[in-house]
Design a binder for this molecule. Sequence first.
Ligand code: ADP
Ligand code: MG
Length: 206
Amino acid sequence: MAVNSAELIEIINLIAHDIQENKDFLTELDSAIGDADHGINMSKGFKAVTEKISTMADKDCGSILKTVGMTLVSTVGGASGPLYGTAFMRAGQAIGAKKQLGFDDLSILLDAALEGIKMRGKAQKGEKTIIDALEPAVEVLKSSQVDTKLMNAAVKAAKEGVEYTKGIIAKKGRASYLGERSLGHQDPGATSCYIMLSAVYKAISH
Ligand code: ADP
Ligand code: MG
């Protein structure tokens, strides 16, 4: 994998596209255990992102990722804005001024994103959040030399993480107000995280 700045923008646009396609689904998930806005929040954030990064093909990958993060923080009102925003900003910091990304960078930036979300949201695995999808994926990527196959395995681990959220009680965010009534529902944020990781896999594997 060798992804330059223009290709990184294409990957982010693909993430935006897939989020848009799943807008109603994510909102439906959030209507069961939250306030029915996760799809709306994510779609609004990524629409702004697409616009903002459209002129950044000559910038380095770190600056592009940081811009994604800052745009999410400033346009998304819900909890997911600052969380995903911090994730992209941390990823951008970890990558720095590189103008080309390889498989190793994928692991580095997703690990930094995970740490950013954990720092910001103070959540850990098993609390029915984004972490339940992202951490298993990052663990897979850290387990061996990253290639397309390992990224596929990471996406599968994220999907299993989403399934896992159905059987646990929410401990963070709005869904935590429901206590045991959050059982049986899949977490919207874990789901959007899986959608984003699959978009990355689709982009790098074609
Ligand atoms: P809000 O809860 O403010 O309406 P969203 O609906 O956009 O924001 O996002 C909800 C999602 O945010 C949840 O499904 C959950 O995955 C994620 N989330 C909430 N709090 C945390 C946290 N502390 N750490 C990680 N993820 C969290
Ligand atoms: Mg919500």
